[in-house]
Design a protein around this ligand. Structure first.
Ligand code: FAD
Ligand code: SF4
Ligand code: SF4
Ligand code: SF4
Length: 377
């Protein structure tokens, strides 16, 4: 049976829980809100299936990979581009699957801005997956739904982080995978769901009003390259900040497995890979002059290439040399900060308010300067 001794060995893909024929594996959250498998020994019959499917520790399927080809891609509809993180490649690809009567899976919202994987059978439902949510999404129960859809003969597009894709493929197996197409993102690592939840509570307390919309990276206001958050409140107010973003880039609240990620390379577990096209100035200078965003799309399999061809009528697309668009997380995993264990301990002791002055002293200084400026006015 699966037993996690080092948390860096588990990405939380849920494949082990999905395959257990006895329902013995459940996913339980740690202090940071990252979920790990826990086995009910009374139900387990020691069949070993959960261990065998683990893509994080047993390698992942690359048998259908072809030499990757890369493209600069932007949706022809600018409304789609401005409401997506980069060039809205995801929209063009998923539209084809929906038009063919299939289902699309991706990271959306549930409850009060909890990042959760969901199923969509319409454009309206799928639109909830638009935009990058820089928090690990909850995959509970999703692989079973994917399996059910495939069992009914539906076409399914699953999108998510590379480890989620590898988990879905491993748990589904080759027999059912004929109608499954997978899309992963270039992945910098996923921040803590618990810190995210606490952070929202802290923002609401400061404002005295409930948050009604979240944009993790507001390109409409600040441009595509900038990384600034925007929150809208029930009282009609808006707040722009970059506190969660700064903690993200400090690498102190990433899932431990992200520092050992086996997918941070060009041998992708997916049919297609999407990312922000950094380096477009050299590789595709005419495609992002307005700074609205451009997608990097990498075709990893013939199945991926076939879907791209079906989506092509909606896209501006230029073939590019992969050497001109390599970026850090296509070459190696992010390094987890040496302060991450202390951060977790401090977070456990006192929550978000406690860690803020310790790990973000610049935040206190900025507020003090703002207050002084207001006094001088
Ligand atoms: C945590 C995270 C780290 C990233 N790191 C990088 C990076 O280092 N370099 C880079 O080039 N690109 C990175 N990206 C991907 C990039 O931001 C865009 O998502 C990608 O370019 C697709 O853009 P789009 O315009 O085609 O579609 P969009 O509509 O913007 O993206 C939607 C897609 O992202 C998926 N998605 C959104 N949030 C999550 C989540 N929390 N977990 C799993 N899937 C999610 C959805 O399922 C959907 O497939 C990251 C995204 C996330 C969520
Ligand atoms: S060993 Fe078999 S029965 Fe036990 S938890 Fe794993 S899959 Fe379930
Ligand atoms: S990586 Fe996935 S399959 Fe492996 S133990 Fe963690 S949740 Fe289970
Ligand atoms: S960095 Fe790797 S382990 Fe972490 S979420 Fe991304 S794909 Fe998964």
């Amino acid at each position: 049976m699966i037993h996690i001794t080092d948390r860096a060995d588990c990405c939380g893909c849920t494949a082990c829980a999905a395959v257990c024929p006895h329902g013995a594996v459940s996913m339980r959250a740690d202090t940071m809100g990252f979920r790990y498998p826990a086995v009910n020994a009374d139900l387990c019959v020691e069949c070993g299936l959960c261990e065998r499917v683990c893509p994080f520790n047993n390698g992942y399927d690359k048998s259908r990979n072809i030499a990757p080809t890369s493209y600069a891609v932007r949706h022809k509809d600018m409304n789609e581009v401005t409401s997506s993180r980069s060039g809205a490649a995801f929209i063009a690809l998923s539209d084809r699957i929906l038009e063919e009567g299939g289902s699309v899976y991706g990271a959306g919202w549930s409850g009060h801005f909890t990042v959760t994987h969901k199923r969509a059978a319409s454009r309206q439902e799928r639109d909830g997956f638009k935009g990058s949510k820089y928090v690990q999404s909850d995959m509970d129960g999703i692989i079973r739904q994917v399996r059910e859809d495939l069992g009914k003969g539906l076409s399914v597009m699953f999108s998510g982080t590379p480890c989620q894709v590898a988990g879905v493929k491993s748990a589904i197996g080759k027999q059912l995978a004929g109608h499954l197409v997978t899309v992963d993102i270039i992945c910098h690592g996923v921040p803590s769901p618990a810190v995210w939840k606490d952070y929202l509570g802290w923002l609401e307390e400061r404002r005295g009003s409930e948050i009604i919309s979240v944009d993790f990276r507001d390109k409409r206001t600040f441009g595509w390259k900038a990384h600034r958050e925007t929150y809208r409140f029930a009282d009609g107010g808006t707040m722009h900040c970059k506190t969660f973003t700064a903690l993200f880039y400090k690498h102190i609240m990433l899932r431990p497995s992200c520092g050992r990620c086996p997918f941070a390379n060009m041998e992708r577990p997916s049919d297609l890979t999407l990312g922000d096209f950094w380096g477009w100035e050299k590789a595709a200078p005419d495609m992002n002059k307005d700074d609205k965003g451009l997608s990097l799309l990498i075709c990893n399999t013939e199945k991926g290439r076939a879907l791209l061809e079906r989506a092509m009528s909606d896209l501006h697309c230029k073939a590019v040399d992969i050497k001109d668009c390599l970026q850090p997380n296509l070459l190696h995993p992010s390094s987890i900060s040496k302060d991450a264990p202390a951060f977790e301990k401090d977070y456990k002791a006192g929550g978000f308010r406690h860690i803020l002055p310790i790990y973000m002293p610049e935040h206190g200084l900025r507020r003090l300067l703002q207050q002084l400026k207001q006094l001088i006015k």
